[in-house]
Design a protein around this ligand. Structure first.
Ligand code: SLL
Length: 164
């Protein structure tokens, strides 16, 4: 294993959620008020799977199977990790909470997983920023931009990053 001495290379990601109100449309017999999607993505939806291998999302403990992912299989108890893009989970619920996001990198990298936190946002600000009340149908979004820095990456991983 050869590391690229003195080299750092970074890749941008966007993570966060969008949410829309259910407007009283019941989901089963629940008291859910919103449908939301949490995701980890590239800029302009660029495919990040060349460096991101899988993503796990940990929801609030009020959820049954808080580790469930999009491909959750209740029999196998698997699917708590999302193994291919889009790295996202769509759910319904009634409250805001912190979601723990664990990003696992391409195994070639030898990098440890990266943990991020996102506060799920369901409720809009009072105004849209222009002094008008928030439009009823407008989805609420909360996204963060980040750059993942790989310090002295393994050379074969460095090559993969460069080629993509
Ligand atoms: C709050 N501290 O009280 C927060 C917790 C938890 C939200 C919010 C569960 C959905 C379900 C759900 O929406 N939990 O599985 O029924 O606001």
């Amino acid at each position: 294993i050869k590391r690229m001495k003195g080299i750092a290379i970074s890749r941008p990601i966007i993570y966060g959620n969008s949410a829309t109100p259910l407007h009283g449309k019941k989901v089963g017999d629940s008291d859910h008020t919103h449908r939301w999607t949490i995701s980890v993505r590239g800029i302009n939806n660029e495919d990040i799977s060349y460096f991101v291998r899988k993503v796990a999302f940990k929801l609030h403990d009020t959820y049954e199977n808080p580790n469930r992912g999009k491909h959750f299989n209740p029999v196998m108890q698997s699917g708590s990790i999302i193994e291919k893009p889009p790295f996202e989970v769509t759910e319904t619920g009634w409250g805001e909470f912190d979601i723990i996001i664990k990003i696992h990198f391409n195994p070639v990298s030898g990098e440890k997983p990266l943990t991020l936190y996102h506060h799920l946002k369901l409720h809009p600000y009072e105004e849209d920023g222009l002094g008008n009340p928030w439009p009823k149908q407008k989805p609420v979004t909360s996204y963060s931009y980040d750059e993942i820095v790989f310090n002295e990456p393994i050379d074969s991983f460095y090559n993969i990053l460069q080629e993509n």
